[in-house]
Design a protein around this ligand. Structure first.
Ligand code: MEV
Length: 438
């Protein structure tokens, strides 16, 4: 089976495919055919995708879908979503329509500040380090001018640099804790380039600083990197309506509102539930983040850290009933970009942004937060009323039928049949067998 390989990256694409097919799969010919089947028919488009990453042998498709009818601050959006899980897009669309008829979503940007740090070791006199930092700070900022110039012209750049002493955690450990405004860019490259320059200048200036001993001059830079924890790059989205207007479930609106708030409160205090509750939110968030070519791993890491900011993992959404009004909201950190990265490169990302009316990063933050809130509303609503499986299995029906190899005609018949029947793997299998045997 799998054996070590030298110089894999230097092989041609065909050679890579041959190697993987022969060394890692049972049926090399079928593997080669499958990998090629997923190539784009236009060689220029395929080359574009090949060059996004390294060692590309094919493409990996995800469905690209639209959830329409999102009214956000009185503006209507059709929201593109890239996701493999059935029922997510249907749930988002349903929640969007529900709130469209009740005034829509209201959103607000609380902050747009990004963070990066130069981690370094200095084991000398602390007061001297502090004096050195104060004297060298303007020089640090000046040294990054070539990197920050164009961002500054547009109103962004380095906001703040702070010296932090973390020697109580690790011997000699200090940081330059830096904050940035990166406007419509997610800013990872900008921030990392700034930080590496700041680190270089810090070291150079320390070597030349007369106040340090020879040993103190030797600051050890450990690393310079942005943080994906962005608690001040924050957006809030809310829906609200009088409790009686909630009612289109099987139970009275008052009961539904109370059950809903209780379910959210359970996610606030109970980490096992909070993780699943937040996973449902991320179904909406990740799908839009992916469709718009943003870094969903960065978003995921930052969001979950934020969910644990008070010392225990908790719900990202909140709900209450106040003076007869049902209120449901989310606060979520989202470092997103609508320029740079894949935004101009990936044709589907370009299209997704066009469908969203070419939003600024701030607008995209609001749309993404709304997708998360809508998704959570739909999930919790199902959970406290019909249960999640009824809707989910209906949406999953086609996957089951495809897995069982049903023909188009059989699928059509069974979709109609299961409109008022319970969908389970077994019930679908049995129904398909019944049709086939007739
Ligand atoms: C499934 O992908 C997401 C849910 O589990 C979310 C939740 O439980 O709130 C339905």
């Amino acid at each position: 089976m799998n054996t070590p390989v030298e110089g894999f990256s230097k092989l041609t694409k065909t050679q890579k495919i041959d190697w993987i097919a022969v060394n890692c799969t049972k049926d090399p010919e079928a593997t080669k055919q499958l990998l090629k089947q997923y190539w784009n028919s236009d060689p220029r488009v395929q080359q574009l995708h090949d060059e996004f990453i390294e060692n590309t042998v094919s493409n990996y498709y995800l469905p690209f879908a639209i959830a329409p009818n999102f009214k956000i601050n009185d503006k209507l959006y059709a929201v593109p979503m890239a996701i493999e899980e059935s029922s997510v897009v249907a749930a988002a669309s349903k929640a969007a329509k529900f709130w469209l008829e009740r005034g829509g979503f209201k959103t607000e940007i609380i902050g747009t500040e990004k963070v990066g740090q130069v981690h370094f070791i200095y084991k000398g006199d602390k007061e001297k380090l502090s004096n050195f930092f104060d004297s060298v700070k303007p020089e640090l900022i000046k040294s990054a001018a070539a990197i920050t110039r164009s961002m500054e012209k547009r109103g962004g750049g380095i906001n703040h640099i702070e010296l932090r002493d973390l020697t109580d955690k690790i011997d000699g450990y200090h940081q330059l804790h830096c904050t940035f405004e990166t406007l419509d860019a997610m800013g990872a490259n900008f921030i990392n380039s700034c930080l590496e320059q700041l680190a270089k200048t810090l070291k150079e200036q320390a070597t030349a600083f007369g106040g340090f001993t020879e040993k103190e001059k030797n600051i050890e830079v450990v690393m310079s990197i942005l943080s994906n924890y962005v608690p001040d790059c924050l957006v809030r989205a809310e829906v609200n309506c009088p409790v009686p207007e909630l009612g289109n479930t099987d139970m009275p609106s008052e009961d539904f509102a109370e059950k809903f708030v209780r379910a959210v409160n359970i996610a606030k205090v109970e980490p096992y539930r909070a993780v699943t509750h937040n996973k449902g939110i991320m179904n909406g968030i990740d799908a839009v983040v992916l469709a718009t070519g943003n870094d969903f791993r960065a978003v995921e890491a930052g969001v979950h850290a934020y969910a644990a900011k008070d010392g225990h993992y908790s719900s990202l959404t909140h709900a209450k009933i106040e003076d007869g009004i049902f209120k449901f909201w989310i606060e979520v950190p989202l470092a997103l970009g609508t320029v740079g990265g894949l935004t101009r490169l990936h044709p589907m990302v370009k299209l997704a942004l066009e469908i969203l009316q070419n939003p600024s990063a701030k607008e995209l933050m609001q749309i993404v937060a709304v997708a998360g809130l809508a998704q959570n509303f739909a999930a919790v609503r199902s959970l406290v009323t019909t249960g999640i499986q009824k809707g989910h299995m209906k949406m999953h029906l086609l996957n089951i039928l495809n897995q069982l190899g049903a023909t188009e005609a059989e699928k059509q018949r069974l979709v109609t049949y299961f409109k008022d029947q319970t969908v389970t793997n077994t019930s679908v299998k049995e129904a398909l067998e019944r049709i086939k045997s007739k």
